[in-house]
Design a protein around this ligand. Sequence first.
Ligand code: NAD
Ligand code: SER
Length: 318
Amino acid sequence: MDTTNQKVLIIGAAGQIGIELALSLSAMYGSQNIIISDLKPIPSLPENPFEKLDILDKNALFDIIKKHQIKQVYLLAALLSATGEQNPAFAWKLNMDGLFNVLDLAKEKHINKVYWPSSIAVFGPTTPRINTPQHTIMEPSTVYGISKQAGEGWCNWYFNKHGVDVRSLRYPGLIGWKSAPGGGTTDYAVHIFYEALKNSKYECFLSENTTLPMMHMEDAIRATLELMHAPAEKIKTRTSYNLSGLSFSPKEIAAEIKKHIPDFQITYKPDFRQPIADSWPASIEDSTARTEWGWKEHYDLNLLVENMLKNLTNLVSK
Ligand code: NAD
Ligand code: SER
């Protein structure tokens, strides 16, 4: 894909994924072509043009798209699983209306291409937990999962009825060192590194054997960019793609961290996030993504832990 003069808008760019995505897109397109937007300023991305935007304000979104002649939108603004359960009505409003605002502008041909992430949260307690297939029972138990499942259906509908080029991945829990997570059930797998380096101990809000699908942020960003730059005819799945990296439990990641920090101790105090985690898959089968556009992960648990500790050591002060 030709990246010359392609202006891209990231909505929700101050978040865990947004910051890393902005850095990678800027390296491809040039910082001036990646417009970053959020409710709050983003001091860590000083080179990109910033627009304060509430995605629920469709007129403001339209103005920004016109002003910068935006061609592609990455819509990341959402409430995640844990915060969504605390504020279900607002989670539904933000997660659905934000998506409609973007899809409608794409339908009206103001933008050419949309990226919108889904999640493993589309699955629920009745879904097969091991190697969860692309097509299976989907009865999500969180408002977040319900909104993602509905969003997938709408993406598919806008593609089929209006030819909107919208692409999506069902991200697992994402783990990176450049940005902090914001209100998810898988966030423990980032917090654990900070606490291990700072205090050599961590109290985990999930129980020791809660295995969940996870992925290093570098893999997730690469998957996103590969999907968005693949020829349209290869993207046959317009709901969202299963995407797999690795799977582990708190006990397993703690054991891996202990290899580097021998006095590290983990304790467990499951809270309201435990039933959310229990309703999700333990591992994901993603052969559709591998076959249709060539997905392959890089990080396993060993490499992920090594990379996180190496990069966070200088950032986290004891
Ligand atoms: P995050 O909470 O870290 O970031 C979301 C950003 O959206 C925040 O900076 C927030 O200020 C902004 N925002 C909130 N309301 C807004 C509004 N009304 N208008 C504009 N911006 C607003 O989330 P994230 O982890 O970066 O996730 C981004 C997307 O990826 C979400 O759709 C999420 O569901 C999905 N996802 C994330 C993960 C993960 O592990 N991080 C996994 C699966 C799916
Ligand atoms: N990491 C996300 C969450 O826990 C999964 O979508 O909410």
